[in-house]
Ligand binder design. Structure first.
Ligand code: AHM
Ligand code: MG
Length: 331
């Protein structure tokens, strides 16, 4: 084996050694998330076989009901974290309320918020999907957390990241000291460090990413921004329609991702806590910026678990430009 191969375990242990005060709890938590990612990735890779193996709702050979993949992913993450004694509570895009760790298990200090399988409508057409996670420290007195633990602004995240189930499975995360990407080597079942210290390129690719079919529903400011990018700006356009995949491309190549507000969705579509804030931390740690169009996304004080937010994320200069044009253009 190449002696320079760094598994995610080795990477986390090396990081921990640089922080003598570390208890190892955070390392264990990320390990558990990486394990959940492998289990979800394994099922995602089999998704095309549902017609052979049974569709959601059917019974499998063990007489168990086959779950929808997003429900499966939700259960996997919950079960990877519920019993470890590291977590006080969780919140998932798939659940209405926050989820305290049950009394039968010890509780810890971390709060984990996740979107188990984002972009799941892309599964049927074999397009990349992702898992998004956000980690906070508990701030309430409650041993098993409280709603306020989940309603912290993105700037207080201690770590955040995503797993991309693409042509390979990648886990990308930040704990506030840069962004690091690991690619799953399926032959040994390990995430290997493939993208150390990811930085958004300068100069960035001039590419915007937005669902332009909603053009007529946009504000005048948003319409003018996109017209400017493609006409005077000379931008190209790429839109996968899978948030993790669109942001991953922008992280590697630069560009501007937008999911703006529109007539039908006054706060946009994507969720602040499960989708926007974690990827905003990743993008900012890689040298980019994330905004709601009028303020830093990481400064938004959440008021409810499932609230939505408009998103402008990517290369710093492009996000600045978007904010400026929205401010002057009746945004
Ligand atoms: P989901 O949470 O229902 O999976 O939807 C989220 C997805 C994102 O991955 C993507 O950025 C967005 O929805 C695309 O929405 P649209 O089809 O409106 O462009
Ligand atoms: Mg989602």
């Amino acid at each position: 084996m190449n002696s320079h191969v760094v598994t995610i375990s080795r990477f986390l242990i090396d990081e921990e050694r640089r922080h003598p005060e570390a208890t190892g709890n955070f390392t264990s938590l990320l390990h558990d998330i990486a394990l959940a990612a492998k289990l979800i990735g394994r099922e995602v890779n089999k998704a095309g076989l549902v017609d052979i193996l049974g569709a959601a709702g059917d019974e499998n050979v063990h007489g168990e009901t086959v779950q929808k993949l997003d429900q499966f992913a939700n259960d996997v993450i919950y079960r990877a974290l519920d019993h470890t004694g590291l977590v006080a509570c969780m919140a998932s895009e798939e659940n209405a309320g926050f989820i305290p760790i049950p009394d039968k298990f010890p509780a810890g200090d971390y709060v984990v918020i996740f979107d188990p399988l984002d972009g799941s409508s892309n599964i049927d057409v074999n397009v990349s999907i992702g898992t998004i996670f956000s980690i906070h420290r508990k701030i309430s007195d409650g041993e098993r957390g409280a709603l306020e633990d989940c309603l912290q602004p993105g700037s207080r995240q201690v770590a955040a990241g995503y797993v991309l189930y693409g042509s390979s499975t990648m886990l990308v995360f930040t704990s506030g000291a840069g962004v690091h990407g690991f690619t799953l080597d399926p032959s040994i079942g390990e995430f290997l460090l493939s993208h150390p210290n990811m930085r958004m390129p300068e100069p960035p690719a001039k590419v915007y990413s937005v669902n332009e079919a909603y053009y007529r529903r946009w504000t005048t400011g948003q319409q003018r921004l996109v017209s400017h990018l493609k006409n005077e700006g000379g931008f190209g356009s790429r839109y996968i329609g899978s948030f993790v995949a669109d942001i991953h491309r922008i992280l590697l190549q630069g560009g501007l991702f937008m999911y703006p507000s529109d007539d039908k969705n006054p706060s946009g579509k994507l969720r602040l806590l499960y989708e926007a804030a974690p990827l905003a931390m990743v993008v900012e740690q890689a040298g980019g910026r994330a905004s709601t169009g009028s303020m830093d996304l990481l400064d938004v004080e959440p008021v409810e678990l499932h609230q939505r937010t408009p998103i402008y994320m990517g290369s710093r200069a492009f996000v600045d430009l978007a904010e400026a044009m929205l401010a002057e253009g009746g945004g």
